[in-house]
Design a protein around this ligand. Structure first.
Ligand code: ANZ
Ligand code: ZN
Length: 847
């Protein structure tokens, strides 16, 4: 009997739907479990990366359900964003229409995979029912001082006269116009994530269910630095404050440097043409950290000097330097060339003194800065101290002399949340000539995007819509102008997991729902979101709570799994054009030819599946050929989830053949197993006991595999159990009983991964309930202990044999058995000592 996955998979999906088994409701009498996969952007096509991500989530969800948890497993769409606008321009369809069509298509593609989603909770972030809540949040953030406006740089395309997203700038040029992109200052909206910088770092330690790697990435991104502010008096009477992490090196300073954007630099440049030119030059360079690290360190004197705060009479030159960032610390630093590499390069170029103040015991070669710790030298009251003590002492000294104080700085910047685009959530603010920036009245929300927009000319469609932006001031009611910015799409994904708890609520979310369901117990997604999305979500949790939203937890995601990519080899023809796997044919000798003209093909290395290299496999085709269960099983079999997975035809084929064999063998078993619910026999034959030991050990070990996401190891274990069952030939009634127990267990354990075939076999075994709703099997401890152990026997330190004994035998009988076993070696000698290590080894010392 062959397994017909086509009819079976459709049948079970329909049954799950009809019985509404994936729908979830708050039930305080049961422990809850919230499984969440990062919500997709509705591009229109499901790819293999989605399949892997969602299968991982589905296995976790189905397993938790079987364990007895009240499960929530929602799905939705992150449906604002640039691709919809591009489609609108290229294909002349409205972004909303394009998005809705894609959502429908992707749902159709997801359905055949059999995921346990509660579609009643579906959200699409581009709908006014969703985004009106975030307009309210934005107003609440404003009222709590967490949202502000500030001038900041954008990418400006001078031909299109419009702002470009970073993705639209390619090699410094506008992606469509090809014009050199300029930096332009405009007013933008910012969220004060920096208010929570400290909490966001400190709380990382509590996230023990997150990969270490992701925690480290977040930590580095926030970049907490501890040190001091030091004040310097300038020759014009003004004061400059610098930030330093090395106050211990203050006696080694030889210059002071400020950023090109520093107010003092700006002021001094008014009457100094050289300085003005230098500042302009600095503003042209890249501002990325990498660009700054590698660029030559350059400076220009500002025409002022500074006094050293602790060395009376010592005068220090002041420069504008290209490696000082305006956005970090105070935009100013003191240079200590001996102990900072950038300062070292700078001092070497401008011939400034290089004074060593930290000793590394004389081995310093002066070819580069010495940045390590050591003993303080040339440093007055710090002399002889360790660097750590010197830091503390120096901060105390600065404090008591009123020239500085201890300080903490973060690399994290506030989050710029406004975009000058159409397809996003409108910023709900109005600009009034009399009242300034005024939030929209909450009862007027949502401020909907206008439908009748055109993309036939560059710029922001909201801005050149004939009527949309004209409104009245919510405060004085005079004519006023709506803000035409929309929000960064990361705004939507920063709180969708809360909306899933109360998807139909009039509020953003309801206290009782969020209190029950949150935090997300298991979050699963790509490591590309390790920083921004996860950090923004963690920030939102805190910011919303500060605004009085009902949030009782600290962290939104308790456990996090970041899955690896799906890779496939690449193929190229003789001309170097990429070929898809469907365009090539394998030869016997392992090489490939082009299917169309039989010409030779170069096989390239494994790479992430991508359209540009054509090394993609369409999930739809795989499901058509092999069925969903095969795709799901192969996804889980080959590598641990956090590693990359190579998609191979032979791997998929192997999974398919296994499932077919399982079905045939199970149908054979149906004929010989006892009726369902036959009571357990009192005694079992030796063969039955051995089988049951394999079964119960598998339950124990496989359960642990699922707990730790060692899915590939788990699958290997189930294959072993399967082979044991396929080879088992039950004769007696107790053996037949054990045979049913074995198969049923296998089906239950496999069901989270390949749910359709498991329901099918489960039903054939006489069940009228679903495996999905069957409690997880429990192992019997007495069947998982090793009953026999092999004990090694050493005589005078040499291995002389082994004996098999019942586990945990008493020491005397082990001793006796061991002595008997090696009697031929000890005859005529005196046994000095016998040491027994329980269940492992017996050491005999003779002389
Ligand atoms: C004096 C000094 C001596 C420093 C020394 C380092 C070594 P992290 O650790 O990354 O926080 N700095 C301060 N403000 C800066 C700015 N706006 N742009 C560029 N660099 C700036 O870096 C802190 C160190 O970076 C500070 O400590 C300062 O140089 C420099 F032997 O002060 B240090
Ligand atoms: Zn007004």
């Amino acid at each position: 009997m062959r397994y017909n996955f086509k009819t079976s998979e459709a049948k079970w999906q329909q049954t799950w739907d009809e019985r509404r088994v994936f729908e979830s409701d708050v039930d305080p009498s049961k422990p809850k479990y919230y499984v969440l996969e990062m919500l997709p952007y509705p591009s229109g096509r499901i790819h293999m990366g989605h399949v892997r991500n969602y299968t991982l989530g589905d296995v976790a969800a189905r397993y938790r359900k079987a364990l007895g948890y009240n499960l929530m497993h929602p799905m939705g769409w992150d449906s604002f964003g640039l691709p919809a606008e591009n489609a609108a321009m290229e294909r002349k369809v409205h972004p909303g229409e394009w998005t809705n069509k894609n959502i429908t298509e992707m749902k159709t593609q997801l359905k055949p995979l059999g995921f346990s989603y509660d579609w009643n909770r579906e959200v699409a972030t581009h709908t006014p029912e969703y985004y009106r809540h975030e307009q309210k949040m934005m107003i609440d953030f404003w009222k709590s001082g967490l949202l502000y406006r500030k001038e900041s740089h954008v990418n400006w395309d001078p031909i299109e006269n419009s702002v470009l997203a970073n993705e639209q700038v390619i090699d410094g040029r506008g992606w469509r116009s090809g014009a050199l992109v300029e930096r332009k200052l405009i007013h933008q909206w910012f969220l004060k994530i920096t208010d929570f910088a400290d909490e966001l770092v400190e709380s990382l330690d509590s996230l023990t269910g997150w990969p270490e790697k992701v925690r480290t990435m977040q930590k580095n991104w926030i970049g907490k630095s501890q040190g001091a502010y030091v004040d310097f008096k300038l020759s014009n009477g003004e004061t400059v404050t610098v930030f330093t992490t090395r106050p211990d090196t203050l006696f080694g300073m030889s210059f002071l440097a400020i950023a090109a954007g520093h107010p003092i630099a700006q002021k001094q440049s008014e009457a100094n043409a050289d300085l003005k030119a230098f500042i302009q030059e600095c503003e042209r360079g890249g501002t990325s950290e990498a660009a700054i690290e590698t660029a030559e360190k350059l400076g220009c004197p500002v025409g002022l000097t500074a006094s050293h705060p602790l060395i009376p009479g010592k005068i220090i030159p002041v420069y504008v330097a290209n490696f000082v960032l305006m956005e970090y610390g105070t935009g100013a630093l003191f240079g200590c060339p001996a102990h900072d590499q950038r300062d070292f390069e700078f001092a070497t170029k401008y011939e400034l003194p290089i004074v060593q103040v930290v000793s590394d015991n004389g081995s310093w070669d002066r070819a580069a800065a010495y940045t390590g710790d050591g003993t303080m030298i040339n440093s007055e009251f710090l002399e002889g101290m360790t660097s750590a003590d010197a830091k503390k002492t120096m901060i105390e000294k600065l404090d008591s002399s009123n020239t500085g104080k201890s300080a903490t700085t973060y690399r994290l910047r506030d989050w710029g949340v406004s975009r000058q685009r159409y397809w996003g959530c409108p910023v709900p603010f109005v600009h009034c000539n009399d009242c300034g920036v005024v939030p929209e009245k909450v009862e007027n929300l949502p401020i909907k995007l206008p439908e009748d927009v055109t993309f036939d000319r560059p710029g922001n469609p909201l801005d050149h819509h004939p009527t949309w932006k004209h409104t009245n001031c919510p405060s004085c009611n005079k004519p006023a102008i709506r803000d035409t910015d929309t929000m960064d799409t990361f705004f939507e994904s920063s709180w969708y997991f809360l909306r899933y708890c109360s998807p139909k609520s009039e509020q953003a979310f309801d206290e009782k729902d969020v209190q029950y369901w949150m935090p997300v117990d298991q979050y699963i997604g790509g490591v590309e979101h390790a920083i921004l999305h996860l950090l923004y979500s963690r920030f939102f949790t805190r910011a919303l709570r500060k605004c009085g939203y009902p949030i009782q937890f600290e962290e939104p995601f308790k456990n996090l799994l970041t899955q690896g990519m799906i890779t496939h080899v690449t193929y190229q023809d003789k001309e170097g054009a990429w070929l898809s796997p469907a365009e090539v044919l394998p030869l016997e000798n392992g090489t490939y030819i082009k299917a169309s003209d039989k010409s030779s093909v170069t096989v390239g290395r494994l790479e992430k599946m991508s359209k540009s290299k054509k090394n993609t496999i369409d999930p739809g085709e795989i499901i058509d050929t092999y069925g969903a269960d095969t795709a799901r099983l192969f996804m889980m079999s080959d590598n641990p989830p956090e590693k990359d997975l190579e998609w191979t035809d032979s791997g998929a084929d192997g999974a398919w053949r296994y499932l077919n064999k399982l079905y045939t063998q199970a149908m054979y078993a149906v004929d010989c197993i006892p009726a369902i619910n036959t009571p357990e026999p009192d005694t079992f034959s030796a063969a039955a006991v051995t089988l049951r030991q394999v079964v119960h050990k598998t339950i124990m070990e496989y359960t642990h595999d699922l707990e730790t996401f060692s899915y590939n190891r788990g699958v290997a274990r189930l294959r072993t159990l399967s082979n044991t069952l396929f080879a088992f030939d039950p004769k007696t009634t107790d053996e037949k009983w054990a045979f049913r127990e074995g198969y049923e267990t296998l089906i239950q354990l496999l069901a989270p991964i390949t749910p359709h075939i498991c329901e099918e076999i489960w039903q054939s075994f006489g069940h009228t309930t679903l495996v999905y709703e069957t409690p997880w099997p429990k192992h019997r401890p007495e069947l998982t202990v090793e009953t026999q152990v092999t004990i090694a026997i050493q005589v005078n330190g040499k291995l002389r044999g082994t004996i098999d004994m019942p586990a945990d035998s008493d020491e005397d009988s082990v001793k006796q058995a061991a002595l008997n076993h090696v009697a031929h070696l000890t005859d005529g000698k005196t046994v000095q000592r016998v040491i027994v290590v329980k269940n492992k080894i017996v050491n005999i010392v003779v002389s």
